[in-house]
Write a protein of this length. Structure first.
Length: 255
């Protein structure tokens, strides 16, 4: 469930809780984190066990009613699967921290002009370091590139610059003249070319979109991605490349 930040599975027999170190300790702290997600208009990705995912935004934290309200497009095709799922998992990123929590009692509330998804306040919130491995920021030129088909325009082949990369995921630069990509989208086939000798393929989940630029005056957005079931051969290729890059930068005094 937690990809690269996933702790061990819970002990069904009721023994030691390995998720304990990642659990937010107090309800007050959990509410503060939810308010930060709301106030920062941080994208939230809702996922069902079947793999369906939808990007939403948290617009209300109702302490009195013990409810969360998410803005949503009532016509989104992912909604039926999310509403019928036994459990829904929410993921949001605050800077370098990944927040994850289960949502229960998810319901769609339709209004005259807008719609909302409502759920109870999460019982537990888990906080993880977003990427606990060395992260490489390649040079703007001659760096890694990601190639894949645009999810909304299958006839469009994209070749995007990789802004940074780690064993857990990567960030891509999407130019302003390219049709937008939505948070929560699963890209089933992405080819990562690290250099002339190193490349691999993986599925990725587009986790968040931000307006942080790559260079002054450059129009576009940053797409944060998380590997999905990165295979052992691909992981070895990536780890070797990261290790080589880290050693080279250390020798050159760049880190």
């Amino acid at each position: 469930m937690f990809q690269d930040t996933r702790p061990a599975e819970l002990d069904a027999s009721g023994g030691h809780d390995p998720w304990g170190p990642f659990r937010v300790a107090s309800p007050a702290e959990g509410l503060a984190l939810l308010r930060a997600v709301r106030d920062g208009q941080v994208p939230v990705v809702l996922s069902a066990p079947c793999g369906t995912a939808l990007g939403v935004s948290l617009w209300a934290v109702d302490e009195t009613q013990q409810r969360l309200n998410f803005s949503v497009d009532a016509l989104a095709p992912q909604l039926p699967a999310l509403l019928s799922a036994d459990e829904t998992v929410a993921v949001a990123y605050l800077e370098s921290v990944k927040l994850q929590f289960d949502l229960h009692g998810l319901t769609l509330v339709r209004g005259a002009k807008s719609s909302a998804l409502q759920s109870g306040l999460p019982r537990d919130i888990y906080r993880f370091q977003r990427r606990n491995a060395y992260r490489v920021r390649p040079r703007a030129t001659h760096g890694p590139v990601a190639s894949f088909r645009h999810p909304g325009w299958p006839e469009m082949a994209l070749r995007l610059r990789v802004l940074d990369i780690s064993i857990g995921g990567c960030a891509l630069w999407l130019p302003g003249d390219v049709p937008p990509l939505q948070a929560g989208t699963l890209v089933s086939g992405m080819h990562i070319e690290l250099d002339i000798d190193s490349s691999f393929d993986s599925a990725v989940r587009l986790q968040h979109v931000s307006a942080v630029g790559a260079a002054p005056g450059e129009q576009g957005v940053r797409i944060g991605c998380e590997w999905q079931q990165l295979g052992a051969p691909a992981e070895r290729v990536l780890q070797r490349w990261i290790d080589r890059t880290q050693r080279r930068r250390h020798l050159l005094g760049l880190d």
